[in-house]
Design a protein around this ligand. Structure first.
Ligand SMILES: [Zn+2]
Length: 468
């Protein structure tokens, strides 16, 4: 079974060239000059004339079916990975969860049970460790050695559910330093935020915008800096700051990177495009659609400009979605009259490739950098390269044929996520996903689904390939 993608412009992190991609079975067999391979001999031919051929995108931060605040994220592994496929994402890395008081391996088993037989695209897991103790620390070693899980997320927020105190963080970092794993950090000072939340509610400030106003940039910056210093005490344990949104936090990451430290960070499309005033501050309860943590930042400050700059300078290495959708009806509505009860999360797994391509068109990033931050770097960062993240012989044939002349309308009427609203309703982006190929199989073509549920495979990951 061979598949030929011909006539396209292959885009990788280090350049673009006109080339044909020959796929044999599930992997890329060869890349040749235009016309080098016989179309007549291929089982399937995909015409990519005038289009880009990029590696299937990797979303390294999703939360399918995550229980949160008395409800659960509305996308299952089935609906969420289907939406991902439509958007050109052929790999997700989701977060298996150990809450405070639970057993790490039980949490992992629960996540395998949710995902097995459900996914349209390949998937791996990070592990959230919400209860760092002797058993959990031993489990970290076991997951790295046996389960292909090489990254562990800790929280400096959400006391009693996920929060680790500084001592717990340090112990987990010391273990990661020994076994080579990456510590991923939700860097917000939760106990301080909780004080501000109680004070706001006592003043009668209940609207969604107060979710943002009680999580100021200072408390993201403080936590980010604290995590960076704790990692230095743990002999420079590798550290990856998730969903960074504030300029001040970015400055802390940049300083650590300038000093040669193993510190990395991601941001998300919502922080690049949406704001505290225009979305979270929408009238009435409307702003609940955009309640997520870290929160959207003020348009009157320099956050968005700085985040784009960070993507250019590599102080931000990755853009993930933090896909964590909740419907307005019966889910976000749990926070009517009390913003602190609004489930935290925005769905976006379907739109990251298009939203970031808009960044190319707007002149914020180059074409090559687009591919790097949505595919190649996530693969390297989380031990999937060169199997994933690059168009190269021997790599999995995960390919997206992307039409730069197309347009994409984003909205609840057209998206495939299980959400009753869109965080980007009415947005039209330049560019369009045309054909999505996962391990040699066309799973989406011109907006039509061809892949089947359950074809996605669990990916055992190696260690991060960026550590010094
Ligand atoms: Zn998250």
């Amino acid at each position: 079974m061979t598949l030929l993608v011909h006539g396209g412009t292959v885009v990788g992190p280090s350049g673009t060239f006109l080339g044909d991609v020959l796929v044999d079975g599930e992997t890329i067999a060869a890349i040749g000059a235009p016309g080098q391979f016989s179309a007549a001999e291929a089982t399937t031919v995909v015409d990519a004339t005038g289009r880009y051929v990029i590696p299937g995108a990797i979303d390294a931060h999703t939360h399918m079916q995550l229980p949160f605040g008395g409800t659960a994220a509305s996308d299952t592994f089935e609906t969420g990975t289907r939406a991902a496929a439509f958007g050109g994402t052929t790999t997700i890395i989701d977060f298996a969860v150990q809450r405070t008081g639970e057993v790490v391996q039980d949490g992992l088993a629960a996540w395998h049970a949710k995902a097995a037989g459900q996914c349209y695209v390949d998937y791996g897991f990070h592990m959230i460790v919400g209860g760092v103790d002797d058993d959990a620390l031993k489990a970290m070693d076991q997951l790295v050695a046996d389960e292909g899980i090489t990254s562990f997320k800790l929280f400096m927020a959400y006391p009693g559910v996920f929060l680790s105190d500084d001592g717990q963080i340090l112990r987990a970092m010391q273990v990661a330093r020994e076994n080579g794993a990456m510590i991923m950090m939700h860097a917000e000072n939760g106990p301080a935020i909780d004080v501000l939340v109680r004070q706001a509610l006592a003043r009668g400030e209940t609207d969604p915008i107060y979710h943002g106003l009680t999580r100021p940039p200072a408390l993201e910056a403080e936590a980010t800096s604290r995590a960076i210093w704790l990692a230095s005490v743990a002999s420079d344990c590798p550290l990856y700051i998730v969903h960074l949104s504030a300029s001040q936090a970015l400055a802390a990451v940049a300083e650590a990177r300038d000093a040669g430290r193993n510190v990395f960070a991601e941001t998300c499309p919502q922080y690049l495009y949406l704001t505290l005033e225009d979305q979270l501050g929408a009238p009435g309860f409307e702003g609940a659609k955009w309640v997520c943590s870290t929160p959207l930042r003020s348009k009157h400050e320099s956050h968005q400009r700085d985040l784009w700059q960070g993507l250019r300078t590599n102080d931000l290495s990755v853009v993930s979605t933090d896909h964590c959708p909740f419907c307005m009806k019966e889910q976000k509505e749990l926070g009517l009259g009390d913003f602190s009860k609004i489930p935290n999360g925005i769905g976006g797994v379907e739109h990251r490739v298009d939203l970031l391509y808009q960044g190319v068109v707007d002149g914020n990033i180059s074409l090559e950098r687009w591919v790097e931050i949505i595919a190649t770097t996530p693969a390297r960062m989380f031990g999937l390269y060169p199997r994933k993240g690059i168009v190269a012989p021997g790599s999995d044939a995960d390919l997206v044929v992307y039409d730069p002349a197309g347009r994409t309308q984003i909205g609840v009427a057209t998206h495939h996520m299980n959400m009753d609203y869109s965080a980007y309703e009415g947005v039209e982006t330049a560019g369009r996903v045309r054909t999505v190929i996962s391990r040699g199989e066309v799973i989406v073509d011109d907006g039509v689904l061809h892949g089947v549920k359950g074809r996605g495979r669990y990916l055992r990951r190696g260690l991060s390939q960026y550590l010094v």
